[in-house]
Design a protein around this ligand. Structure first.
Ligand SMILES: O=C(O)CCC(=O)C(=O)O
Ligand SMILES: [Fe+2]
Length: 302
């Protein structure tokens, strides 16, 4: 046995090193299979390695069956109980969630608008004992996601509407190509639609140094050369860089809505969406969106 090998008797059994009073995740996650609360556990290290490889190779990490079936059921039931609070969108959006700019050429990607019919149950509508909120509030999750991304520190998003919503897509709904206002999104699918609902993305099509409007325009016009497709199953976890990766969800069909939980993370703890973005995506802008409107630290169009 090498001096670095882990002695099973040393395995932490109480709280992890993250906080004295921490949120117990065992009702949401199979902590034997996914011991994300145990720093140094080889299974946790293997999971982080798997996520990093996915993010490097495809701009996306995918962990099947991350949520327990009981958590999927509880989250599906929560979202279904409050589904009438989903804000009807039916708004035309460009990928940057900005208003039209008539000074630009007509085929500039900032001027290419698509109709978004998908809706959000905004984060401020979640129930008091929401499992989604519990997962989001967990420091263990923040540290785990940070390590998967190999980016730190990261923070929970200050945006009161967009920080951890459910996205809802009913029969015929579409969520068009866009970039997110937050840096990173974790997706947890809690209900599949009968048809469609594929997540499509162009990994890291833009960077802080390069908006790459030409390739964004090509993708909007149907070029598939940079498009990857991920078909999530209920309980799966996905991590992606939504600020750099153009993405969309294909139209859903059938009587069962697609419901997905979306905990989000940022590198700037002050930042929230711009008012126009908040209004177009989440149905309303709040004083915080106006107060905190400023140039983004990464300099990118919203
Ligand atoms: O529903 C999804 O899989 C992605 C949702 C999304 O892109 C967003 O909420 O910004
Ligand atoms: Fe998005």
């Amino acid at each position: 046995m090498s001096s670095l090998a882990i002695d099973p008797h040393d395995k932490p059994s109480g709280p992890s090193a993250y906080a004295a009073a921490e949120i117990d995740l065992h009702e949401c996650i199979d902590l034997v299979e996914f011991p994300i609360h145990e720093i140094g556990n080889p299974k946790r290290q293997a999971l982080i390695k798997h996520a990093r490889e996915g993010l490097e190779a495809f701009g996306c990490a995918h962990v099947p069956n991350f949520l327990t079936p009981a958590a999927v059921k509880a989250m599906r039931e929560e979202a279904t109980r409050i589904i009438d609070k989903a804000r009807p969108a039916d708004a035309k959006i460009n990928p940057y969630l900005t208003a039209d700019d008539e000074t630009l050429a007509e085929d500039h990607p900032k001027r290419i608008f698509s109709r978004r019919t998908s809706s959000f149950i905004n984060s401020d509508e979640l129930e008091a004992d929401s499992l989604l909120r519990k997962i989001y509030d967990s420091d263990i999750m923040v540290h785990f996601i940070s390590e998967c991304l190999n980016v730190g520190p990261i923070y929970r998003w200050a945006d009161p509407l967009g920080r951890n919503p459910y996205s809802v897509m009913k029969n015929g709904d579409y969520f068009p190509w866009h970039f997110d206002g937050n840096d990173f999104t974790v997706s947890l699918l809690v209900q599949e639609a009968e048809t469609g609902g594929d997540f499509e993305y162009c990994p890291n099509i833009r960077t802080a140094a390069n908006e790459n409007f030409d390739d964004v325009k090509a993708a909007l016009k149907g070029d598939r050369s940079q498009v990857k497709v991920l078909k999530l199953k209920e309980g799966d976890l996905q991590i992606f860089r939504g600020r750099n990766s153009l993405h969309r969800v294909t139209p859903t069909g059938g009587n069962t809505p697609r419901i997905i939980a979306l905990p989000t993370y940022v590198t700037d703890p002050y930042h929230v969406n711009r008012p126009h973005h908040a209004k177009a995506f989440y149905g309303r802008a709040m004083p915080i969106h106006v107060e905190r409107e400023r140039t983004r630290l990464d300099g990118l169009t919203d």
